[in-house]
Design a binder for this molecule. Structure first.
Ligand SMILES: C[S@@+](CC[C@H](N)C(=O)[O-])C[C@H]1O[C@@H](n2cnc3c(N)ncnc32)[C@H](O)[C@@H]1O
Length: 390
């Protein structure tokens, strides 16, 4: 197997190299590699680093990082070098012997023999074993190829008094309603495509996370939600706290869509929907997607680190703006314009016009074609019509 030493953040690591892992479009296909490494997930790892730093900046404590689906161990190495500096221990596992062998060499290469421990294990067994052995688990990153649903129970069960848990999902077809039966099977949710499918996917994933936390009597507080081309990521603060667990479950419910897939109303579990609801999506998370002080802290930490990809900070800036809008869903302006047979107006003008009329509005990081606003669709359409006449 040919290898090269790659760099990402402050980590150096061996990765297998061969034209056999290249797709016809010239991009690497990580699932064809003998050990999984996806360079296009750097932004995901950057956000893990920033989230842990933000948590500590806000007074949280992180002594341990757990990565039960570790691949090459690049994420654990980065966390130790970039978030936990000279202290902190990481525990990693992977089901693949080849991955574990590569991890060991990568640990050596970064001089982390006394701080990063890796073993071959099924992720669930590994998590439960840490719990059983009394290891204080302060942070966990679940990063599978596909759905994280299978690992949630063991991950949430293994956390100590308080932990930061990040979950990534790449099964976007199921989460965005393209494969309805898969979505129903995996997430026990009815998911239909809509203008804001990516946000629905995030909310379904978060809803599943909160349900599992709730039956394990842990509270789950969402800190940040993120969409990127091939994955959704949600980061939670988990606490052993029965009362807050009950509060969180009250933020689960359904989103009602009209015939065209537009958002009409939201109903919490137990609330009867009004007539005229064409499709009910959910159950899903109806609460906030971002914690403002956490995003603030991630941004200020990000500005100090020159080795991150520009993408993480750019996305955080858009999130910073859209989280202030506090509206469920967003509008696909290109879709609306094609339905109305109008040209797409400049987004900056549209946002300015909405603001002048007293509404909040922002681009959304979920979709370049989207705008998040608390204005009703009828008004938005009127503004688009008036702008396209000028
Ligand atoms: C997406 S990759 C992880 C990438 C890594 N977290 C990173 O940031 O580069 C998923 C990994 O999970 C491993 N895996 C799959 N099923 C597993 C299981 N049941 N238990 C542990 N590892 C598993 C695969 O071998 C693969 O290396």
């Amino acid at each position: 197997m040919r290898e090269e030493v790659a760099r990402e953040g402050l980590a150096r690591f061996y990765i297998p190299v061969s034209h056999e892992y290249m797709r016809s479009d010239g991009k690497i296909e990580p699932s064809w590699m003998p050990v999984f490494y996806n360079p296009y997930s750097q932004v995901n790892r950057d956000l893990t680093v920033l989230a842990l730093r933000a948590h500590m900046k806000l007074g949280g404590r992180i002594r341990t990082f757990v990565e039960p689906l570790a691949g090459s161990c690049v994420r654990s190495i980065r966390v130790l070098l970039e978030s936990l500096n000279d202290y902190g221990i990481a525990y990693a596992s992977d089901i693949s012997q080849a991955a574990v062998e590569l991890c060991k060499r990568n640990i050596e290469l970064n001089d982390l023999n006394t701080r990063l421990f890796v073993e071959k294990s099924d992720a669930r067994l590994f998590l439960l074993k840490l719990d059983n052995n009394g290891v204080p688990v302060d942070s966990i990153d679940i990063d599978p190829y596909g759905s994280p649903i299978y690992y949630l129970d063991a991950a949430i069960k293994s956390v100590g008094k308080e932990a930061i848990v990040s979950v990534t999902a790449t099964d976007l077809g199921a989460l965005t309603g393209r494969y309805k039966d898969v979505g129903l099977r995996r997430y026990s949710a009815y998911i239909y495509p809509s203008e804001f499918s990516k946000e629905i996917g995030a909310r379904v994933l978060m809803g599943a996370f909160v349900r599992v936390s709730s039956y394990l009597e842990r509270s789950a507080e969402p800190l940040m939600t993120f969409y990127h081309e091939h994955f959704l990521k949600a980061i939670f603060k988990i606490k052993r706290d029965r009362r807050s667990a009950s509060n969180a479950i009250n933020d689960l419910g359904f989103m009602c869509l009209d015939k065209d897939g537009n958002f009409k109303a939201a109903y919490r579990i137990g609330e009867p929907p009004e007539l005229g609801c064409f499709k009910m999506v959910g159950p899903l998370w109806l609460g906030e997607l971002w914690d403002e002080s956490f995003i603030d802290a991630m941004m200020s930490e990000g500005k100090q680190l020159s080795f991150l990809s520009g993408e993480a900070l750019k996305s955080l800036e858009v999130i910073y703006s859209e989280m202030k809008v506090k509206a469920l869903g967003y509008y696909d302006i290109h879709y609306i314009c094609s339905r109305l047979k109008l040209n797409v107006p400049p987004f900056s003008t549209l946002i300015k016009r909405l603001n002048e009329l007293g509404y909040k509005a922002s681009r959304t990081h979920f979709d370049r074609r989207g705008i998040r606003t608390n204005a009703p669709i009828e008004l938005l359409e009127e503004i688009i019509k008036s702008l396209s006449q000028n």
